[in-house]
Design a protein around this ligand. Structure first.
Ligand SMILES: C[S@@+](CC[C@H](N)C(=O)[O-])C[C@H]1O[C@@H](n2cnc3c(N)ncnc32)[C@H](O)[C@@H]1O
Length: 409
């Protein structure tokens, strides 16, 4: 598998694409492999370039016809598999009636069996690590339950008032601001309390669709319209964490325990050691390491999260500010580092600042395997190599993946 994701492309827009238009049906095409971002890769059989099509709702090995959804790029098109002529053994019927071509953008893998999703995500992690970091990975996807009804945070959008049945809730279409009405059964991946089946939306006087955020926290269910300022309490690691309802907290109910266990197993902390929790949010990994007797420092860009972290985990020195600047103010040596950056990754500057502290071990928690792979390459240049890389399916029915890499000198 050697195809990059469509978002990786820097190809100029090909405005002179006379051969095709959005909405055209092409194929049959043979689907070759999976790509990062929830697409599978197919190639048009004819033509000099055998143009790549990134196809949603398809599976490797299938023969499909594709409805084109984007022909603006020179190197590739995008499309939806709207006819499956030869299905894969991994194909299943989506549980949700709006998961499919032209439907909700939230779940891109509902047409894939649980085992097939594991194979799909495993292939994506392996390909990203090989191509971007030169690392050969033979790991497998670890899949905590539940696989349905797992989302603890949801954003819904108001459907147009003209919708049959009157105002209701919907989800956005893939790469669009259009709103697809929710089925009466609600969202199949949301926790039952926030599946969207019995929520009344206030009107939208200016005519523009309005969003509503629903949170299922340990302390109860919250409904927020626009910029509501609500703090909820979550429970994990035998502790209580206060967190802004619209702030960062892992969506899957098993995530905090699973990721903290992977971090502790990889770092093997000793009481009395020093540690940094970077991109610490409300202090989850700082808590796990502090409970193991490690003297902790935490850094996080969101000031409100840092205020919560200080109340959540006593005895840890939390600081608010951008990582690039605040890291310079931390002690010049440390034994352990856990970092959990946003999707863009940490970047060369932060990785080299970490490596210059010569930690015994680093735990890198990553929600994007491509960003992880790029940062592992920076780390290798600074003398750190992965001793293990684990991958977790904490976003079932979607293409998203969480990884934990442990690095040592
Ligand atoms: C994936 S979340 C991790 C949060 C936390 N580790 C947890 O598990 O709850 C990434 C965090 O990085 C913070 N962040 C993003 N960019 C940052 C930057 N440049 N400097 C400091 N923090 C940043 C975000 O505010 C967010 O809380």
């Amino acid at each position: 598998m050697s195809t990059s994701s469509p978002s990786d492309s820097t190809a100029p827009a090909d405005t002179a694409s006379p051969a095709a238009a959005v909405g055209d049906l092409v194929g049959p095409v043979q689907v070759e492999s999976v790509a990062h971002g929830g697409h599978a890769v197919a190639r048009l059989p004819q033509g000099e370039t055998r143009r790549v099509i990134f196809v949603r709702h398809a599976l490797p090995g299938e023969l499909v016809r594709v409805r084109l959804t984007d022909v603006s790029q020179a190197r590739f098109w995008r499309g939806d598999a709207v006819e499956v002529l030869e299905p894969s053994d991994d194909r299943v019927t989506p549980r949700c009636p709006i998961a499919g071509p032209g439907g909700c953008g939230g779940c891109d893998l509902q047409h894939v069996s649980a085992a097939g999703q594991g194979r799909w995500k495993q292939a994506v992690v392996a390909e990203q690590l090989e191509r971007l970091a030169g690392i050969t990975w033979h790991g497998h996807m670890e899949s905590p339950e539940p696989r349905w009804g797992w989302r603890r945070r949801m954003r819904y959008w108001a459907t147009e008032p003209a919708q049959p049945g009157g105002p209701g809730l919907g989800m956005r279409r893939h790469r669009s601001h259009d709103v697809v009405p929710l089925p009466t059964s609600g969202c199949a991946t949301a926790a039952p309390e926030i599946a969207g089946t019995d929520i009344d939306l206030p009107g939208w006087p200016d005519g523009s669709p309005r969003s509503i955020d629903l949170v299922r926290a340990a302390s109860g269910t919250e409904v927020m319209v626009d910029e509501s300022d609500v703090v909820v309490t979550e429970e994990a690691l035998g502790r209580r964490f206060e967190v802004d309802a619209q702030g960062f907290w892992q969506a899957h109910p098993a995530a905090v325990e699973v990721l903290s266990a992977a971090v502790l197993a990889g770092l093997e902390p000793n009481p009395g050691e020093r540690g940094f929790d970077l991109y610490c949010g409300v202090g989850v990994f700082a808590a796990a390491l502090a409970d193991a007797g490690v003297q902790m420092w935490g850094v996080e860009g969101n000031r409100a999260a840092v205020e919560h972290a200080k109340r959540n985990v006593a005895g840890v020195r939390f600081t608010a500010g951008s990582m690039e600047k605040m890291l310079a103010r931390l002690p010049k040596s440390t034994d352990l580092v856990v970092l959990d950056p946003p999707r863009t990754g940490a970047g060369k500057n932060v990785i080299s600042q970490i490596a210059s502290r010569r930690p015994r071990r680093i735990a890198y928690v990553a929600c994007d395997p491509a960003a992880l792979a790029r940062d592992l390459r920076h780390a290798e240049a600074m003398g750190y190599a992965p001793t293990s890389i684990r991958a977790f399916d904490l976003f079932p029915q979607t293409h998203h993946i969480e990884c934990v890499a442990i690095l040592a000198r």
